[in-house]
Design a binder for this molecule. Structure first.
Ligand code: AGP
Length: 628
């Protein structure tokens, strides 16, 4: 997941682009670069690491031009070194890209066989090769983009410029966001509103498979066949609350859209991009005071964490509500990657059931607020029993954060919607990191598997951005969905906790009957619930339980249930069996929860919105339940 900015206007493009990239730095910060038109040719400057490193390099450069593009990178393909930083330049073409080109290996082979020479390990560079080639054989920039679009598969937001067209930017997207704003003298295109707001409040959000053609201060829109289309401007009433909501109708929707960023920020401190390894950062087992965490020496702390984990014989996950479901996802991950037995408990049960907590237990408490009374009580009980307690919180210095032995942070940013969304995604990312760390400590995970799981996690934000496109589907489907008598969410294995979470969201937002079930349990009762008035949501991504899940789907179909299934990639079987089939990118099993969660959140959001419910503050609920 990366940040991109393009500019045409009288200002020095570097100033506008760097200022814009700073507002997008959360989208990626392992390298950055700009390509600025300078006396008729694009001058490219790139730097590894934070944006400040690029700024330092640029401080000695001068530019004489009015057009440029810039990029902050969150590495998915290729380590975060300068040669992989965007913009990628081929011939006179420069491009910046946010997303993942799924078929890049095949396209790259074709281009290399045709004589192209690649200088990076990225998927993005091939777009520059494709654009440059089309222009070399006579197309203009706009038609070069029209020509290459059908070749690209995956999620992408791209800005393309070329020296032959010094006043033009062509932007196109399928998945990750792109928004454009203009005033009478300049045009800014970017991944997010923040980069545009200093220049105009009138913006246009590009939809998937649309093309923006900037020619000087003229902006035109086209479909992917090159047919001109009309797009309406959105006047972003940039008042303080809206700044908070950033143009979204509700905090919850904004926070659903912030999830790719939240996942990136959660894993960021703990994943080494170059080595593709997990090294948990400043967990602080044994450090008495929170204030001392910052002073910890990273390597020594990591060694200390590994040593602590080596002695762990049992893990307890203890939390409430959505945080409990995050703990359940952790159970599947930790048992598979570390072979340590894990027990998941709802905190209000754990604290009163006289739990047997063996020595050498690690008790993980999960809490967005860090103040939930039952979970805090469980933490204290675990400490009294002599267990090591690891807290996973979103609020630093919260009660749980202060009282735990070890600390991990969701880094999701303030979560205002009472219905928790990005805190869950962040926690699932942390559970991935924790499972790998425990697997390494227990010598149950080889290096190859570690790299595989880490690469999958690094790509998660980009995949999540492409899944957000289902927002439009549920905005339309909500009219039908709201009339169902109830909802049955089902999944097997790691999908089961996500089924429970999907049901919780529908309950707490739309106040409708919804149940989450282990799909294998259907024949033990829930099957009796199923008829035309019941909506069945089946989580069926491709993994070892897929075939059994499809059998459950057939059982539900035979009873007349209306079915929404969520699976991996193109899947004719699920399409035939379902009233609606939602395809997810095909990914490692460990990150499927991060992707399948998003349609469930969007579904409950739009049904609740259509029913006129108070989305950010549902009745009877509170953001943090600090009493029993
Ligand atoms: C989830 O949408 C609810 N807001 C609720 O279940 C919440 O997850 C639960 O109260 C736990 O809160 P915590 O994460 O702050 O401990």
């Amino acid at each position: 997941m990366c940040g991109i900015v393009g500019y045409y206007g009288p200002e020095n493009p570097v100033d506008v682009i760097i200022k814009g990239l700073k507002t997008l730095e959360y989208r990626g910060y392992d390298s950055a670069g700009v390509a600025i038109l300078n006396n008729g040719v694009f001058k490219r400057v790139r730097a590894e690491g934070k944006l400040s490193h690029l700024e330092k390099k640029l401080s000695t450069e001068t530019f004489n031009g009015h057009l440029g593009v810039g990029h902050t990178r969150w590495a998915t393909h290729g380590p975060p070194v300068e040669k992989n930083a965007h913009p990628h330049v081929v011939g006179g073409a420069s491009i910046v890209h946010n997303g993942i080109i799924e078929n890049y290996a095949e396209l790259k082979d074709q281009l290399i066989k045709a004589g192209s020479i690649f200088h990076s390990d990225t998927d993005s560079e091939l777009i520059a090769h494709l654009v440059s080639h089309e222009i070399e054989i006579g197309k203009d920039l706009f038609h070069a983009v029209i020509e290459i679009l059908p070749k690209l598969e995956g999620a992408y937001s791209v800005l393309a410029v070329h020296e032959k067209y010094p006043e033009e930017i062509v932007a196109f997207k399928s998945g990750p966001p792109l928004v454009v704003g203009k005033n009478e003298k300049e045009v800014v295109v970017a991944s997010d509103l923040q980069a545009i707001m200093p220049y105009t409040k009138n913006v246009v959000f590009l939809q998937d498979n649309e093309i923006l053609h900037v020619t000087g201060t003229k902006i035109e829109f086209f479909d992917d066949r090159g047919q001109k289309i009309n797009k309406k401007e959105t006047k972003v009433d940039w008042n303080p609350e809206l700044i908070e909501k950033q143009g979204y109708d509700h905090y919850m929707l904004k926070e659903i859209y912030e999830q790719p960023r939240a996942v990136a920020m959660a894993m960021g401190p703990h994943v080494d991009l170059a080595s593709k390894e997990v090294r948990l950062c400043k967990v602080g087992f044994g450090v008495g005071q929170l204030e001392d965490l910052e002073q910890l020496e990273a390597r020594a702390d990591w060694e200390n964490t590994l040593k602590t984990f080596e002695g762990v014989e049992r893990v307890f996950m203890v939390a409430c509500g959505t945080s409990f479901y995050a703990g359940m996802v952790g159970e599947y991950l930790i048992e598979r990657l570390s072979k340590i037995p894990v027990e998941c408990d709802i905190a209000s049960e754990f604290r009163y059931r006289h739990p047997v907590i063996p020595k050498n237990s690690l008790v993980v408490v999960v809490s967005q607020s860090g103040e939930t009374a039952d979970t805090l009580a469980a933490l204290r009980l675990a400490r009294e029993a002599g267990a090591k307690v690891l807290s996973i919180c979103n609020v630093k210095n919260s009660s749980m954060d202060r009282e735990a032995d070890g600390h991990l942070y969701m880094n999701a940013g303030v979560e205002i919607g009472v219905a928790s969304t990005k805190a869950l995604s962040s926690t699932i990312a942390l559970m991935n990191c924790l499972a790998v760390a425990l697997g390494k400590a227990k010598k149950q995970l080889n290096e190859g598997d570690e790299h595989k799981f880490v690469e999958a996690l690094l790509a998660a934000p980009s995949h999540m951005e492409s899944v957000l496109a289902y927002d439009k589907f549920f905005a339309e489907a909500a009219d039908t969905l709201k009339d169902f008598r109830g909802f049955l969410y089902m999944g097997r294995g790691i999908h089961y906790p996500i089924a429970l979470e999907g049901a919780l969201k529908m309950k707490e937002l739309a106040y409708m009957h919804a149940e989450g079930y282990a799909a294998g349990e259907m024949k033990h009762g829930p099957l009796a619930l199923i008829d035309q008035s019941m909506a069945i949501i089946m989580l069926a991504p491709s993994d070892e339980l897929y075939d059994k899940t499809v059998s459950n789907l057939e059982e539900a179909k035979a009873r007349g249930g209306k079915i929404i299934s969520i699976g991996s990639g193109k899947n004719e079987k699920l399409e035939v069996l379902s009233d609606h089939y939602l395809a997810l990118p095909e990914v490692e099993w460990t990150i499927n929860p991060l992707l399948e969660l998003i349609p469930l959140q969007l579904m409950s959001y739009h049904v609740a919105d259509r029913l006129g419910k108070d989305i950010d503050q549902p009745r009877n609920l509170a953001k943090s339940v600090t009493v029993e």
